[in-house]
Design a protein around this ligand. Structure first.
Ligand SMILES: *Cc1c(COP(=O)(O)O)cnc(C)c1O
Length: 399
């Protein structure tokens, strides 16, 4: 990772904003924690000793660089040149570990003894429990009671890794409630605990910090593309968006390359107009969610609307503030794919390339035919994760 301070409009401003989005809208009780992070994160993640340890773990523990694979049969089908960035090959099966490794190294340098995290489907909980085992730090993961029931394999993984999984029993007993409990825990243990957020969401500096840890994705894409095609810049970079961390990492080094089209794909669920959707930019309005001003799905009086998607990782009612700005400014193109389209794309990739993608990543694949890419264009799709965790869903479509 190159930890340099970027001075362009699509990156965070000194006071934590992307245009009018971002900021830190938090209860006063959280101020000391967030302030400590804000004052230290840039300095720490640019220290040579931090970078050495981070890069060594990415290489020898996570398995980076992940391949950039020219998918020939998929390219033929869509009459363009498709390259897959293989984040599915990361240790633990997705990009999330790039962030949890960065944050745990930061937590250690801040003298923290315990990690707290929230998780919905359990993927971020597993990535957090993994690095806590690696670094021998205590790990507490809050999870909605309903999600604990629905995601038994990931609960077992977290426990096997030594994490304590605490049930959030209020409200809808899902991610939102787990996030509240984790925040409360952090407020009550400010001195010895670090809160690892799993996406480019939350109060400043989280969105910027997580984007920097995930920016290794586009850093690698640039040199890998140069090696394979002679050009650093593709014509399109396509990624799915839940909170937006894999997309933020895949876009990062192309933000100021205006010739590179940045395509974010949200989960339309059963369809944008059906009331069962997670297509935030299509359905949402500006507001404050989890500590930052962004775009979120809400009712007339500002209550958060429960999102729906077949893929648990995209089932989030907002997007990170940088994505809200990319949408608002027109720098990013926001599309959506339905459950059905994602399933079809998953089977298509599997049959054409022998790669079973995560349901989340399948949303990005689902828009390949809609980009308007030509035979001479280069399209990079960020394959954020592998499909092992989704086999129970895929099995329903196998006869
Ligand atoms: C969690 C997850 C996502 C969604 O999170 P982002 O922060 O939007 O990247 C996407 N793909 C996979 C495989 C995931 O596990």
């Amino acid at each position: 990772m190159e930890a340099t301070v970027e001075k362009t409009s699509y990156h965070v401003s000194n006071d934590g904003y992307y245009g009018t989005f971002g900021g830190a809208f938090i209860p006063e009780m959280l101020y000391p924690n967030v302030e400590e992070l804000r004052d230290n994160y840039l300095k720490i993640i640019q220290e040579p000793d931090f970078l050495d340890e981070y890069n060594d773990l990415l290489r020898n523990y996570v398995g980076r660089p992940t391949p950039l694979y020219h998918a020939k049969r998929l390219s033929e089908k869509y009459n363009t040149n498709v390259y897959l960035k293989r984040e599915d090959l990361c240790h633990t099966g997705a990009h999330k570990v790039n962030n949890t490794i960065g944050q745990i190294l930061l937590a250690k340098r801040l003298g923290k003894k315990r990690i707290v995290a929230e998780t919905g489907a359990g993927q971020h909980g597993v990535a957090t429990a993994t690095v806590c085992a690696l670094m021998n730090l205590e790990c507490v993961v809050y999870m909605g009671a309903l999600d604990i029931e629905r995601q038994a394999p990931n609960v077992a993984r977290m426990k096997m890794l030594g994490a304590e999984v605490r049930s959030a029993t209020c409200g809808s007993q899902t991610l939102k409630d787990a996030t509240n409990e984790a925040m409360r825990h952090w407020i009550n243990n400010p001195v010895d605990t670090h809160y690892i957020i799993g996406s480019v969401v939350g109060p400043h500096p989280y969105p910027d910090m997580v984007a920097r840890f995930q920016s290794i994705i586009s850093e690698e894409i640039r040199w890998q593309l140069k090696e394979q095609t002679g050009h650093e810049n593709p014509d399109y970079v396509v990624a799915c968006v839940g909170g937006g961390s894999n997309a933020a990492g895949a876009f990062y080094h192309f933000l100021d390359q205006e010739s590179v089209k940045l395509v974010a794909v949200e989960a339309a669920g059963q369809g944008v107009g059906t009331g069962h959707s997670a297509a935030t930019t299509a359905l949402g309005k500006p507001g404050v969610l989890h500590g930052s001003r962004t775009i979120l799905m809400q009712t007339e009086d500002g209550q958060v609307v429960e999102p729906y998607s077949i893929s648990a990782g995209l089932d989030y009612p907002g997007i990170g503030p940088q994505h809200a700005y990319l949408f608002d400014s027109g720098r990013g193109t926001f599309l959506s794919a339905t459950d059905e389209e994602a399933i079809q794309a998953a089977f298509e990739l599997t049959r054409l390339e022998g790669i079973i993608p995560a349901l989340e990543s399948s949303h990005a694949l689902a828009v390949l035919g809609r980009l308007g890419a030509s035979i001479s264009d280069t399209v990079v799709v960020n394959l954020s994760g592998r499909g092992d965790k989704d086999m129970a869903t895929y099995m329903k479509y196998i006869d």
